[in-house]
Design a protein around this ligand. Structure first.
Ligand SMILES: [Zn+2]
Ligand SMILES: [Zn+2]
Length: 156
């Protein structure tokens, strides 16, 4: 049977099952290359395979955007992040800043509440650090910190 597809990288002829379609659905950018060129391009980062749907794309059709300080690279096929396989919504939930409710009790009996946001995974230590930077705590007798876990926890 005739080998009817020319690899666009090495230009050798292959049967269709020995090739991969790269940039599927990206107008004017679709490539058909042989499996060994695909492997090589994956290894050197020229082609990135989406962790969510398995389609492969060249780096030039992928665009990073920064969401909550982390880079989100939307897959042109499925729209999820090609590295983590998260939807944009899940990605935002994963990396959005954590919020904490803080109550500072003063030695004179008064108390005051604060909402402190810190990058997630930094924990309560960074909440206190941020508070110290912004608020005079000289007369603080005790500080209570509690994470606000859910949107529903914020009442307005
Ligand atoms: Zn090839
Ligand atoms: Zn995908």
């Amino acid at each position: 049977m005739e080998k009817e597809h020319n690899c666009m990288y090495c230009h050798a002829a292959f049967d269709v099952w020995d090739t991969r379609l790269i940039n599927r659905g990206v107008v004017g950018k679709e490539l058909r290359i042989c499996t060994s060129c695909t492997d090589e391009a994956c290894n050197n980062g020229k082609i990135i395979q989406c962790g969510a749907c398995g389609e492969s794309f060249t780096a030039d059709v992928l665009h990073d955007e920064v969401i909550c300080g982390h880079s989100f690279t939307a897959c042109p096929a499925c729209g999820k992040d090609v590295v983590e396989g998260l939807t944009r919504e899940d990605f935002e939930n994963e990396y959005r800043p954590s919020r904490y409710a803080v109550i500072v009790q003063n030695v004179n009996g008064g108390q005051r509440g604060y909402i402190v946001s810190v990058e997630c995974s930094q924990g309560t230590g960074s909440v206190i650090k941020k508070l110290v930077e912004k608020v005079n705590l000289d007369s603080a007798a005790s500080i209570t910190v509690a994470e606000i876990l859910l949107e529903e926890d914020v009442l307005s």
